[in-house]
Design a protein around this ligand. Structure first.
Ligand code: KG4
Length: 337
């Protein structure tokens, strides 16, 4: 019989619980926290408090939507890290207590590996479209920008990563700088869709190998906006679509240059993406276009699995569970791992 796994995710500002049977998703409940909007970023203390309020109702809803009794669970998988320590503590403590009370195994999951394995979430009635090993995953979120070579469901090799800001951070900080709101990625994405990506140019980094850097392009935008506003105080208002389109294109160019290089160097043509920024419509279109041109097989997770969700934690947990890995009850969350 296929194992039934409860996944729990609480690494940042989404409290999520999901149930999978085998790898087929039976439920995936996400409580997103609105409390941070007024602060222009996630406030760690408020995030922990909201997780504390959300965790029990979210898990109950995930079980009832899946039509699964707690006693039927084969294992509980939880995000151990990386993330905000106070947030992780809520999910970790709940998972430990629940596994102890039910006497079922506890399985720890690395949040980033969850994003990288998001393509393996299966959905009832939907065609299976999963990468074969080895594949490359462009992992792009608010805290990470990496190219990962995935040799197997439990075997990961980081080929390149950012040496400063993550690409999601560049979206968020630049949106804030332009007064466009938080989180910046979706706002810039929507404005960019209406703008001309070739109107403005921003500095691109020259970093050797497969590593990334996004702090320079952020500074380039900062100086550009500052200088333009000196000449015309309404410049932002009249040009925000073109600025966003040009800025987004620059970030996508930077991401794609290294991804193409990695694909050439490794000879791998199975290409997946994951993480919050993989929801970006420009990036998704570009990966598909490059895929057609270069004979890649591309795997873009549905939008609901790009941002933080427990279904990806449950699926990663499934692979760990089958491999026999178990987390002891003294497992502590890790802000960095
Ligand atoms: O993976 P995620 O939900 O959280 C972690 O960082 O772990 O990613 C959040 C990031 C934020 O920086 C947000 O601005 C970005 O994903 N994001 C996007 C889009 N949707 C979310 N960035 C660009 N375009 C989007 N459509």
């Amino acid at each position: 019989m296929e194992p039934i796994i409860l996944g729990i995710e609480s690494s940042c500002d989404d409290t999520s619980a999901a149930v999978i049977r085998g790898r087929v998703m039976a439920s995936n409940v996400i409580a997103s926290q609105q409390v941070h909007k007024d602060f222009g970023g996630v406030v760690p203390e408020l995030a922990s408090r909201a997780h504390e309020l959300n965790i029990v109702p979210v898990v109950s809803e995930a079980l009832s939507k899946a039509g699964v009794k707690a006693s039927e669970l084969s294992a509980i998988a939880f995000t151990r890290g990386p993330g905000l320590l106070g947030s992780l503590l809520v999910g970790t403590s709940f998972a430990k207590a629940f596994s102890l009370s039910l006497d079922v195994p506890l399985v720890e999951v690395n949040h980033l590996q969850g994003h990288v394995l998001a393509s393996f979430i299966r959905e009832e009635g939907k065609e299976v479209h999963e990468p074969s090993f080895p594949y490359l995953c462009l992992l792009v979120s608010g805290g990470n920008s990496q190219i990962v070579r995935v040799n197997g469901p439990l075997s990961f090799e980081i080929l390149g990563q950012t040496i400063d800001d993550a690409v999601g951070e560049a979206f968020d900080k630049c949106s804030k700088m332009m007064g466009l709101g938080y989180p910046g990625g979706p706002v810039i994405d929507a404005l960019a869709a209406k703008g001309d990506p070739s109107r403005f140019t921003f500095a691109k980094p020259h970093i050797p190998g497969l590593d990334y850097s996004f702090s320079g392009v952020k500074t380039s935008l900062l100086y550009f906006v500052r200088d333009a506003l000196k000449e015309d105080p309404d410049f932002m208002e009249h040009n925000k679509e073109d600025i966003c389109a040009s800025f987004q294109k620059t970030l996508i160019d930077i991401l794609m240059d290294k991804l193409i290089k990695a694909a050439k160097q490794t000879g791998i043509r199975e290409i997946a993406i994951g993480g919050g920024v993989s929801a970006n419509s420009g990036l998704r279109a570009r990966i598909e276009a490059e895929g057609r041109k270069r004979g890649w097989h591309t795997y873009l997770p549905p939008l609901r699995f790009t941002t933080d969700n427990a279904a990806m934690i449950a699926v990663a947990g499934y692979f760990h569970f089958l491999a026999g890995s178990r987390a002891p009850l003294d497992t502590a969350p890790l802000a960095r791992c």
